[in-house]
Design a protein around this ligand. Structure first.
Ligand code: FMN
Length: 366
């Protein structure tokens, strides 16, 4: 196995100093009854800080209590009780020497009204489309767009006021922000649709207004994905030129870090280059980028770690990409959900101690 030391080098992302290059990927856990993160959730994040994760990204956190969420027991950042819950989380994480950002989430067209406390509320999205070709609802009105932007900004400012080190806007996976980016779900002909300038405007307004209130020293991350829940093979940007048109307005609006959600980090984005989505984001914008996708999951990987097979290809490839500075951080999801000490075990090369991710881990807060 290649030397994993590069993963543990400190890194400075434009003034945002982190002790290593491992981030915890945002993962919805649905362990917040009443939409309030409790002591168990605080302890869960604290364990990742104790486990030496460089940057913890929270599960998706709802930006309002009505249209934003249909997933039960998802925390919000709106009510006083929820804010108090998040204060406890960040204090615990800081107490263990960690850094953490809240991921701000509006489920948009993927909200499940039947599971929501407000089943009759409208589902918000750019053009009322969940599956391309079929509008299910009215496009968002100008007033609804304004409200949604304000709610994202308020949520980000609330996170900053509570002491979080950064925020991440969830602009991936077909949720509200992403419904504006993708030309299959944004058919608007007004200023919120059309070309890249129109389709990025919703995200840019959120970023610009947050920056204006939060000031320059508070890192703003956006999570994006080429793939969609409706279509894993989709590409929001079909070429590097299109990706540049997608990302440049976000940078101009004030985004600091781009987090490209990919299902397998080693897959190249465009023909003719082995750069992945985060690699392209960094190359095209010069901004720090976070990659993600199946780190520590493959059968070969775990087999190799128990000494039964050849070197673990996925970690070798990750180290190679890190050493080339293709991207700056690697987010780890399921491996860290299973085991809060995953990073320490990788650093200490304790191969035999690594745990295999199983679905049972979803039912508990290890
Ligand atoms: C249980 C679970 C919940 C997730 N919830 C979120 C979420 O709230 N926000 C988000 O952006 N991604 C979410 N994801 C995607 C992860 O952030 C990550 O991109 C994905 O799991 C791939 O990384 P991995 O292969 O290391 O697990 C979730 C993934 C899992 C497994």
């Amino acid at each position: 196995m290649a030397d994993p030391r590069i993963l543990f080098d400190p890194v400075d992302l434009g003034g945002f100093a982190l002790k290593n290059r491992i981030a915890m990927a945002p993962m919805t856990r649905s362990f917040s009854p009443g939409n309030v993160p409790g002591e168990d959730v605080a302890a869960y994040y604290r364990r990742r800080a104790e486990g030496e994760v460089g940057l913890i990204l929270s599960e998706g956190v709802s930006t309002n209590t009505v249209t934003a969420t249909g997933t039960p027991n998802v925390p919000n950042i709106v009510t006083d009780e929820a804010k108090a819950g998040w204060k406890r989380v960040i204090d615990e994480v800081h107490g263990a020497g960690g850094k953490m950002g809240l991921q701000l989430w509006h489920e948009g067209p993927f909200r499940n009204p039947a599971k929501s406390q407000h089943p009759d509320a409208p589902s918000w999205s750019a053009s009322g489309i969940k599956v391309p070709g079929k509008a299910l609802w009215e496009p968002m009105s100008e007033a609804e767009i304004e409200t949604a932007i304000t709610e994202f900004v308020d949520a980000a400012v609330a996170a900053k006021d509570l002491g979080f080190d950064c925020v991440e806007f969830h602009g991936a996976h077909s949720y509200l922000i992403d419904s504006f980016f993708w030309d299959q779900t944004n058919l608007r002909t007004d200023k919120w649709g059309g070309g890249w300038e129109g389709r990025t405007r919703f995200a840019c307004e959120i970023i610009r207004r947050t920056r204006a209130i939060a000031g320059p020293g508070f890192p703003l991350i956006i999570r994006l994905s080429q793939w969609k829940q409706q279509d894993f093979g989709a590409k929001t940007a079909a070429t590097p030129q299109e990706m540049e048109q997608w990302l440049a307005p976000l940078v101009e609006a004030g985004i600091d870090i781009i987090h490209m959600s990919q299902r397998r980090f080693w897959e190249p984005t465009f023909e003719g280059s082995d750069l992945n989505d985060a690699g392209w984001a960094k190359k095209l914008t010069g901004k720090p980028a976070i990659s993600v996708g199946s780190v520590g999951l493959s059968g070969e990987f775990t087999a190799a770690y128990s000494g039964e097979a050849s070197e673990p290809a996925s970690l070798d490839r990750l180290i190679e990409k890190m050493e080339r500075h293709e991207f700056d951080l690697i987010a780890v999801g399921r491996a860290l959900l299973q085991d809060p000490d995953w990073a320490i075990k990788i650093r200490e090369q304790r191969r035999g101690d690594l745990k295999t991710f199983t679905k049972d881990a979803l039912a508990t807060l290890y």
